[in-house]
Ligand binder design. Sequence first.
Ligand SMILES: [Zn+2]
Length: 289
Amino acid sequence: MQLHSIHTGNFKLDGGAMFGVVPKVLWQKHITPDSNNLCTWAMRCLLIEDGDHLLLIDTGIGNKQSEKFFQHYHLHGPTSMDSELERSGFSRDDITDVLLTHLHFDHVGGAVERNSMGQLRPAFPNAQYWTCQPHWDWAINPNSRERASFLTENLLPLEESGQLNFIERSGRWNHNPISSKFPGLEIFFADGHTESQMLPIVEFKGTKVAYMADLTPSVAHLPTAWVIGYDTRPLLTMEEKVELLTKAEKENWILFFEHDAQNACCTLQATEKGIRARNLAPSLELLWG
Ligand SMILES: [Zn+2]
């Protein structure tokens, strides 16, 4: 098995929105905002290569929205989905599976593209796409808080394509979600950010690597109370972080960050203040040396 970090580019979001009730004097010690209080965030996907199977986790924001939409998010950075797949030796056609942690546009936007006829189509033509039923139902009937994050152009083309599949959920953990293809994969379901967000955890080189998605989008979000302002159930997010980070620290896992612009991953240590990063690395390869 091999893991490839796929950095699809950076975008900007308001620092206050990303740190909720945490005062700016505290969060700006970790991330420097620009003059409009916007901070840079990565959209870093993870590609799991296992035998003949290639599983892509999340897809970034994509490129099909209007110029006006993209202006709000200040896309920048030297890499893209295509350049990163090519660097790893693959193309879109090679992807066999796409797991969507949740259906907010910065995670699923790249799953659907506009073809030369202007039609919306799955951007990975040979892939099975994976979501879960409770999250799908939540996304296609959006609450007013998340309505701007669930875009129909990201959802309906997947449903119409026949390429959409549902991972079963019963409880907090699913230890064998796509068993025939990826036997070592587990899913932790988290409901604080949105309903039934899926965090994939994969066994690699004798340890586990957890894709943290929006439960802990960056190293700065490790403290229990540092919860994203967009979360629909912040108290639940705090419980979920304690559960997952405690297990991860005890078992020496590696956390992989989707949105941290500086750090792709870290290991953990228990401190008197709580669980914090031990080793930080800008790439997975560096953590293994
Ligand atoms: Zn999200």
